[in-house]
Design a binder for this molecule. Structure first.
Ligand SMILES: Nc1ncnc2c1ncn2[C@@H]1O[C@H](COP(=O)(O)OP(=O)(O)OP(=O)(O)O)[C@@H](O)[C@H]1O
Ligand SMILES: [Mg+2]
Length: 335
């Protein structure tokens, strides 16, 4: 099997998230793999340009397997899922208006066509999927949008229900997939999603989680804004994250603040905090608090000043790296 195939990832997802799913024998896995890979750019015999008409007898696993694939697919690869009978109910409530949504350029799966009732609206009886097939054929032809269907009906039955014209269009739009296996699993087998574990908010992150968080922090708070310096001239990062970044650099021993720099940045930080306090239009309280804190050597104020000094320092430091044309990806590796 192609090791790049989506099927391996799908299988992993199913084993992790569900219980009781039966992958069957090698033949069945080959069948599943062909199907999953069609949706996920792996190796498949199916024509990706066209949709799927999935045919199989009752209870073999069509609906639940397709919904599982849908759940696994990334957001922008997902198809919309519509049970055929739901559409009939919508039509019975509001007529043709209910069908316009299916003209939209969106990949869809219509589940269990053939078993739905005839649509009835103000005395008109309408074979809903005859209409929907026409609509979907148009967007297939003009916009390459795929339509998937599942059914228990054979070709003759489909033709008899929806008419020659619709059936002929359908043939052009789809790959036919005959479900592997004909025995109903209902009542014999069952799979379900494992209940999601409740997260304990006090749980310590695992070392992998920590590493993952750090990686994404560095990506989003250093590498990305660093690349923005060229365009804006500024290192755009919020103060809280800049302070964390300072600590990350210092931990990696890449920042070493001299006593001279320390007093210089502390002064800058005090100035900046004073200016901010002045801007506060609501009153003099923040300003007074800051001045009093500075005068009395209050610990909380000292911490605020120190934090701001670190922020100012790290911003200047990163700007210096940028003006020296340092390779940020290389630097990030040392953090
Ligand atoms: N691979 C599987 N492993 C375990 N249980 C399964 C598997 N596939 C389906 N089932 C179970 O079999 C039952 C029937 O499946 P499903 O509804 O998907 O069949 P279907 O082909 O859509 O049937 P119908 O044609 O009647 O709509 C469900 O209870 C489902 O949980
Ligand atoms: Mg079904």
């Amino acid at each position: 099997m192609n090791c790049n195939s989506g099927y391996e990832a799908f299988k992993k997802f199913v084993l992790e998230k569900t219980e009781g799913f039966d992958f069957g024998d090698a033949t069945n896995e080959a069948f599943l793999s062909n199907l999953v890979n069609y949706f996920s750019y792996g190796e498949t015999s199916l024509n990706r340009r066209k949709g799927l008409l999935i045919r199989g007898s009752i209870g073999v696993g069509k609906t639940s397997t397709l919904r599982l694939i849908q759940k696994w697919l990334p957001q922008d690869e997902k198809f919309m899922y519509n049970p055929a009978n739901d559409i009939v109910s919508l039509f019975n409530a509001s007529g043709d208006d209910a069908l316009t949504v299916y003209k939209k350029k969106k990949q869809r799966l219509f589940d269990d066509i053939g078993a739905e009732d005839i649509g009835k609206y103000y005395g008109n009886s309408v074979e809903i999927f005859e209409k929907i097939i026409y609509q979907r054929y148009d967007i297939f032809r003009d916009e390459q949008i795929r339509t998937h269907l599942t059914t228990n009906l054979n070709n003759e039955q489909l033709k008899a229900k929806y008419g020659e014209r619709a059936y002929d269009r359908l043939k052009e739009m789809i790959n036919t997939v005959n479900w592997n296996g004909a025995e109903s699993k209902r009542g014999k087998q069952e799979w379900f999603f494992k209940p999601e574990k409740e997260e304990d908010p006090n749980r310590e992150p695992t070392p992998e989680e920590r590493a993952e968080r750090k990686k994404s922090f560095i990506q989003n708070q250093l590498i990305k804004p660093f690349k923005g310096i060229k365009e804006t001239g500024a290192f755009e990062i919020d103060k809280h994250n800049a302070y964390i970044l300072f600590k990350v650099f210092r931990k990696a021993r890449m920042i070493n603040v001299t006593p001279l720099e320390d007093s210089e940045y502390t002064k800058k930080a005090e100035e900046e905090l004073k200016q901010e306090a002045q801007k506060d239009k609501k009153g003099h309280k923040p300003m007074l608090k800051l001045l009093e804190g500075l005068r009395d050597g209050d610990k909380a104020t000292e911490a605020r000043v120190n934090e701001r000094a670190c922020v100012l320092y790290v911003i200047d430091y990163v700007l210096r790296l940028a003006s020296n044309n340092r390779d940020i990806e290389q630097i990030a590796k040392q953090l």
